[in-house]
Design a protein around this ligand. Sequence first.
Ligand code: CA
Length: 293
Amino acid sequence: MPRFHALKLGQHPPRGPLDGPATAVVAFGPPAGPTRGPGTAVDPGGRRGRPAERRSVMGRGIVWVLALGLVVPWNADAASTLVLDATADSVLRYAHPDQNDGAAEQLLLKTGGGIVRSLVGFDIPSLGQGRVLVRATLLLTITRMEKTWGSGRYVAVHRMREPWVEGNGRVDEVSWFRGLKPRPGSGEGVTWNCAIDTRLGDPVADCATGWAGGTFVSQLTDAVLHVNGMAGAMAWDMTEDVADLIAAGGEVSWIVKKENEKLKGGKVYYYSREGAAYLKKPALGPRLILEFD
Ligand SMILES: [Ca+2]
């Protein structure tokens, strides 16, 4: 099972090529537009991040291409684009604090009835010096959303500060596209209470120090407004978090959560990497799109 060694904040990524299994690079070329369902409505204006720095990056040479109603970030001047599939993802559930959802086929966010957050992790290959990152974009594709978003809610992404392990548990049937039963999983895995619960088979927190729903950088990386009726791929700007990893490569992971978790309403499912694999549509899974000068 994938073990995700998230870099701690301020830790320099290891020098040289990454060890271990082959990198998750699946394409090198123009950005592959994510597939979409009917009624897609990604709003590039519905974005909140670190405005001053971010807009200076976004404003240069980037246009938004409207293709079949889907807004895909596209840098017309980019010499190359790298598409990375997530190497780990999971769901953290306040109401099931010691259960792992690493094998879930959908990621989930909600607030009412117990907060639910999701995690996504990527391995960035070593690309050496000379690559200038223009933009990094996280894509999560909606499988379905409840019509409880009112005037809209922001979904925020924050960089994780601790390593975590994906795990092989699954919490309930809503995370599945087929009639599989929940299971606690075995071995290690991430839970609401533990970055690495060392024994998923029992319903207690098996970690020396808990992390209470994830230890992440308080400053959000980006946030995107979600409103009723959205479908297809949602895009977050991750450029600042990724830029310092390009030369040497490294692992990076983020938590995806409702920005204001005190606000009830607003529940959304996205395809996890397992869901995309089950459907044999890798483009539906969590992806990181890197665009270079
Ligand atoms: Ca997973």
